[in-house]
Design a protein around this ligand. Structure first.
Ligand code: VGL
Ligand code: ZN
Length: 208
């Protein structure tokens, strides 16, 4: 069994959003196209409480982009984003949500950030995604979404280390690039870990 994992296709990561990813909106079209082809479609949803420790606004005199420590772990400070039950946390209005089998929320613990759809950044708390995929006999996952250099990267890395054959859908991802070259670095790192890259069109032609 194969599954498609759509990472954080939420308003706050779209152009004009609180943590806007350049061209983030352009991945909705491939997401909808591929979702039609997969029996199992998972969406991850960044779902922070307002007092989340990754928000610069929750630390005195700190700005987004600066570093801090959260529970001993290096943490980039972000603008407030994907706050639970706000419009910014909702999926892009054009995403065909009826094709989504299950949503897994992450980032709910205010004391630790969670980039991966599988675990928090301390690797302590599982979201349930790994067990759910195993229960469904999934052996292979296709990962795409936002952002390439954060949540997509860590979701793909955890997928490989959990033993899934893991593909990254190249045209289905866009990155933050806080530093120039971050996206390229992320792609190199995940390929080194065993993730394979593929274009959405290739998946469609193989599957139909
Ligand atoms: C993300 C930074 C903070 C992401 C989420 O979805 O890549 N990045 N929270
Ligand atoms: Zn977040």
């Amino acid at each position: 069994m194969k599954a498609l994992i759509l990472v954080d296709l939420q308003n706050d990561f779209m152009p004009g959003g609180a943590l806007a990813v350049n061209e983030g909106n352009l991945v909705i079209e491939p997401a909808n196209r591929l979702a039609e082809k997969f029996e199992l479609v998972i969406a991850t949803q960044d779902w922070h409480p307002a007092d989340h420790g990754s928000f610069a606004s929750n630390h005195s005199n700190r700005k987004p982009g600066e570093m801090t420590k959260l529970d001993g772990l290096d943490q980039i400070l972000w603008p407030n984003h994907c706050v639970q039950n706000t419009t910014g946390a909702e999926f892009h209005p054009k995403l065909k949500q009826n094709l989504i089998t299950r949503v897994f929320c992450k980032g709910t613990n205010p004391k630790v950030d969670s980039y991966s759809g599988f675990y928090d950044n301390q690797q302590r708390q599982a979201t349930g995604l790994g067990d759910w995929l195993r229960e469904k006999q999934v052996k292979e996952v296709y990962v795409m979404g936002l952002a390439t250099d954060y949540c997509v990267k860590f979701t793909a890395l955890d997928a490989v280390s959990e033993g899934f054959v893991t593909w990254l859908v190249t045209d289905g991802c866009r990155g933050v690039n806080l530093q120039l070259g971050d996206v390229e670095k992320a792609l190199a790192e995940i390929q080194k870990a065993g993730v394979k890259l593929i274009e959405s069109k290739k998946i469609e032609s193989a599957k139909s």
